[in-house]
Ligand binder design. Structure first.
Ligand code: SF4
Length: 340
């Protein structure tokens, strides 16, 4: 029976799963992913995680619970920085410790440290650390990593062309074809593990598609464009996700074919509490785009969520058909001069 490694279907699973899956498979390790987020996973996560954590981190604990008794190893990376001179949310830096101290009877936890603050020089050391649990052959690890990286780059290309990694997306991008109404776009901002987890997001992306929108997220926008747009801030945004959302929002404000901007935030997210405010003020001040902020936590009911969504879509249609996108509050909702 092959050795099995578990990958929790939460947090940066939605970014790095294609890379991790290929790498471990090439080392002859069976990759097991936790089930799609469901009520039991949420309940287990909330019960076993520290109370003041954000919803995605609580749910991540539920995914670890879902996996722990059916794998030999579990991958919980310690993500310090995934971009040069930027940080990622502090919750990622202590994730392995947090999980190990909250949950009992875990399999062996593989917890490589990823820190690209200065450079990617130590990346191969991290690769050997992860692969070393399964083989002593460095050439095999190097080869597996190079092939995994190639697959990951293909995946990223598909995402830039519009593919969205919703839930069980493994392998789908290889056969994915762009289709959709390019004239009717809506930009949805939010952290990947909030947007692409249909349970947390209340299936937002598919609901918008059913309304006839082509949904785009910051992941579909070119990195250079995001970087350039975010650079208009007086101070460089040092949180990677924050910078991406700002850049995407500023880009979306200028695009004719983007009919509205939605921000999906999870309650108690420190980064969102700052970024949402900046995004909302900028959109209201500098554009006529309809904008709404939807916040979810473990108590959010789908009926209330859907009502807010329907109201937003009705408002978008109304403004497009009757008011030439002029918002009811006028141009100067936050005064003639805004500080942000
Ligand atoms: S960025 Fe926000 S949602 Fe994401 S892990 Fe940190 S606190 Fe939670």
């Amino acid at each position: 029976m092959p050795v099995r490694i578990g990958i929790p279907r939460g947090l940066l699973y939605y970014y790095y799963y294609p890379l991790w899956e290929k790498f471990f498979t090439l080392l002859d390790v069976e990759v097991v992913v936790s089930d799609k987020t469901n009520n039991q996973i949420v309940v287990e996560g909330v019960r076993n995680c520290v109370e003041d954590s954000c919803l995605p981190v609580k749910i991540y604990h539920g995914h670890v619970m879902n996996l722990k008794d059916r794998v030999d190893y579990i991958l919980i990376p310690k993500m310090m920085s995934i971009q040069k001179k930027e940080f990622i949310c502090p919750k990622f830096c202590g994730l392995p410790e947090m999980v190990r101290h909250s949950l009992q009877d875990l399999p062996v936890v593989i917890e490589p440290t990823i820190d690209f603050w200065k450079s990617k020089e130590n990346l191969m050391e991290t690769v050997y650390e992860m692969g070393g649990c399964f083989t002593g052959n460095k050439n095999k690890m190097k080869d597996a990593f190079q092939k995994a990286l190639a697959a990951f780059n293909e995946y990223k290309k598909a995402v830039k062309k519009g593919f969205l990694p919703i839930d069980d997306f493994s392998g789908q991008w290889t056969s994915w074809n762009h289709s959709g109404n390019n004239e009717n776009k809506i930009l949805v901002l939010g952290h990947p593990y909030v947007l692409y987890d249909s349970y947390i997001s209340m299936n937002l992306i598919n609901k918008l598609r059913r309304y006839g929108f082509t949904v785009i997220t910051e992941d579909n926008i070119d990195n250079e464009v995001i970087h350039e747009k975010a650079a208009i801030m007086d101070k460089r945004m040092f949180w990677t996700f924050g910078r991406k959302m700002l850049g995407a929002a500023f880009y979306g404000m200028e695009q004719e074919d983007i009919k509205g901007i939605l921000y999906l935030s999870s309650f108690v997210c420190g980064i969102d509490s700052v970024i949402c405010e900046i995004v909302e003020r900028r959109i209201r001040r500098d554009s006529k785009k309809p904008f709404a902020l939807l916040t979810v936590d473990e108590h959010t009911g789908e009926a209330g969520f859907d009502t807010r969504l329907e109201a937003f879509i009705d408002m978008m249609k109304w403004r497009e058909n009757n008011e030439s996108y002029v918002p009811a509050h006028g141009k100067y909702i936050f005064g003639r001069k805004s500080l942000i």
